[in-house]
Design a protein around this ligand. Structure first.
Ligand code: C5P
Length: 229
């Protein structure tokens, strides 16, 4: 089943805790990102994880291989279900991260690579010395990620079909930019509904504000689960 990770994008520990309590049983897990982790670190993480839902720790690591391997090792005691690394850090960096995670055997987090940030367009890519064809760069980095021991990538809804055509069916596609038909798009520009993304081949969906800003987050999460069932 395609399961939903709810993005808890707040530095407010109490608000995050309330969401974690409310959403138990209605989502597959929670995504904690840099905003939360920079504010509350491992202690805050443990408070949220203690509510019982799997955690996707979206820290987007990017440094020399030795440092990234050390950072992964430091995060392993938190037992996240998923964590993120920038594919543009290169094959050796991703391999070092995968090897560091493998130390804990089957309990290891699934390692997901970030390919091209969706905030970058062709001009931005050219300005940092990369080819202006964002789609080609996404495919190139996703293949490099797979060959370097990553379990999957984060991708936008419009990249799902492209990546499914190029990579094995078991390669994880974790997809944000999802909006149920009844929810506001907010600042997301190229969205798909949960059902469309599932049909296109998404493995997991990341959904934030349609759940977290709803009058009743648990109800919103339940509606999404029903749409996916
Ligand atoms: O509230 P919303 O559903 O838009 O939240 C989506 C989450 O996924 C946010 O945490 C956002 O930072 C993240 N994300 C995204 N687009 C990407 C990568 C990550 O929306 N390309």
């Amino acid at each position: 089943m395609t399961s939903v990770f709810c993005a808890i994008d707040t530095p407010d520990l109490n608000a995050a805790g309330r969401l974690a309590d409310d959403l138990r049983g209605t989502v597959g897990g929670l995504k904690l990102g840099l905003e939360f982790f920079m504010a509350h670190g491992a202690k805050g993480y443990r408070e949220i994880a203690s509510r019982g839902l799997p955690i996707f720790l979206d820290v987007k690591l990017h440094d020399i291989p030795n440092t990234v391997a050390g950072a992964v090792g430091s995060l392993l005691p938190l037992k996240p279900a998923f964590m993120t690394i920038h594919a543009s850090g290169g094959a050796a960096m991703m391999r070092a991260a995968a090897d560091a995670a493998a130390q804990v055997g089957t309990a290891r987090p699934k390692m997901l690579a970030v390919t091209v940030l969706t905030s970058l367009d062709g001009d931005d890519l050219s300005a940092v010395g990369q080819g202006a064809d964002a789609a080609a760069q996404v495919v190139r980095l996703a293949k490099l990620a797979k060959d370097s021991g990553m379990d999957g990538v984060i991708c936008s809804p419009k990249e799902i079909a492209l990546l499914r055509a190029e990579l094995d069916p078991d390669f994880i596609l974790m997809v944000p930019g999802i909006r149920p038909a009844w929810a506001a798009a907010n600042d997301q520009k190229r969205v798909m509904t949960p059902h469309e993304a599932k049909d296109a081949g998404a493995s997991y969906l990341v959904i934030g504000r349609p759940i977290t800003k709803a009058a009743n987050p648990a109800d919103a999460a339940r509606r999404i689960a029903e749409e996916l069932a």
